[in-house]
Design a protein around this ligand. Structure first.
Ligand code: DP6
Length: 338
């Protein structure tokens, strides 16, 4: 006797960054954030969840390696889904069985490539399918990893910080579907795929405790940026979209440096990419490419299809140097955003 479900979930790349929690346990963010969801052909998480009366305990394997299920975030997601599943009489037997979970990413884990986002989105979505749970589950995925809640929709997605102390209105909604801006592309420049030095969780915790710039950002910058970038996306206004995206990435990294002790995520290659993109945009007279960096050195470039070939050629020409093999663009996926 057994029930099993397999799902795949996409990666998302924020253009307005989530950085800082007002509730550590429930994972409620200080500010709204907004991201593009990548198509699943290049990068995704794949998860199978199984339930059986023969399973002695809950188990999980991540990329083939068994990990402990005694993890507050995993348990929070499982408990929440199961609590909702109880509302359906048909789950009575199923809910008494333990679960086994197998999850893998087809890209490097914890290199600042949004692997936890895809992983938790997939885990929660698969569980919801297993128990036939309907309705919004982004509030549950959020409790696995904040950014995961944005991977449950395609296109451009906004995570609303919300104001309820229990997090019930801290959820993700789609701004526009992937079909709205079909020329949109993302290039991932893999500068370094080793595990990140400071995890997002502890990096943002330290920022909340020590950065004055973060306080300013949350109150005086993010709300206007969110409104303006939403409008730019709806109007397909790439120059405005690009400028806000780059400014928000830069401010997030400024907050990381304003943290004490500072968190340094970008390296020399990252900064060379920033310079190159500004040169290119200058020559073109208006922004054709936007960079954004998460909690690691890898660059994500948002651009429109007609700019892809030239941008790739430029990146390959200027950035490789002697260690191009490792640090330029290992088979850069050209990922249509959808
Ligand atoms: C820089 O979602 O990984 O990628 O909620 O603590 O698990 P936790 O953090 P996480 O943080 C992602 C931070 C970011 C920006 C973003 O994706 O918005």
């Amino acid at each position: 006797k057994m029930a099993a479900v397999t799902c795949i979930a996409p990666v998302n790349i924020a253009v307005i960054k989530y950085w800082g929690k007002k509730d550590e346990k429930l994972i409620i963010p200080l500010n709204d954030s907004l991201s593009g969801t990548l198509s699943m052909d290049q990068m995704h998480a794949k998860t199978t969840v199984m339930a059986s009366p023969n399973f002695k305990k809950n188990c999980i394997w991540l990329n083939g390696k068994e990990e402990s299920f005694e993890n507050a975030r995993l348990l929070a997601c499982l408990k929440e889904i199961q609590r909702r599943a109880e509302q359906n009489e048909a789950n009575k037997e199923l809910l008494q069985w333990n679960v086994h979970v197998c999850s893998e990413n087809n890209f490097p884990t914890a290199a600042g490539l949004a692997s936890s986002a895809a992983g938790y989105a997939c885990f929660v979505y698969a569980l919801a399918k297993l128990y036939n749970v309907r309705g919004d589950v982004s509030q549950i995925a959020r409790q696995g990893s904040g950014s995961a809640c944005r991977s449950l929709e395609g296109g451009f997605v906004r995570w609303h910080a919300g104001s309820a102390p229990d997090g019930s209105d801290s959820l993700a909604t789609q701004v526009v579907p992937e079909t709205h801006w079909p020329e949109m592309r993302v290039l991932i420049l893999v500068v370094n795929d080793s595990k990140k030095k400071v995890s997002s969780t502890s990096g943002m915790q330290r920022a909340v405790e020590t950065s004055d710039l973060l306080k300013h950002r949350v109150v005086h910058c993010v709300p206007e940026r969110i409104a303006a970038i939403e409008k730019a996306i709806r109007n397909k206004d790439f120059p405005t979209f690009a400028e806000i995206t780059m400014k928000d990435s830069n401010q997030f990294h400024a907050v990381a440096l304003d943290t004490y002790p500072p968190a340094v995520y970008m390296n020399d290659v990252s900064h060379a990419i920033v310079d190159l993109i500004h040169c290119l945009n200058e020559v073109k007279g208006s922004p054709k490419v936007a960079y954004t960096f998460d909690a690691g050195p890898n660059a994500c470039l948002y651009l429109l299809e007609p700019a892809v070939a030239e941008t790739l050629a430029l990146v390959n020409h200027f950035l490789p140097g002697p260690n191009s093999q490792e640090n330029a663009i290992q088979g850069i996926p050209v990922v249509p955003v959808n």
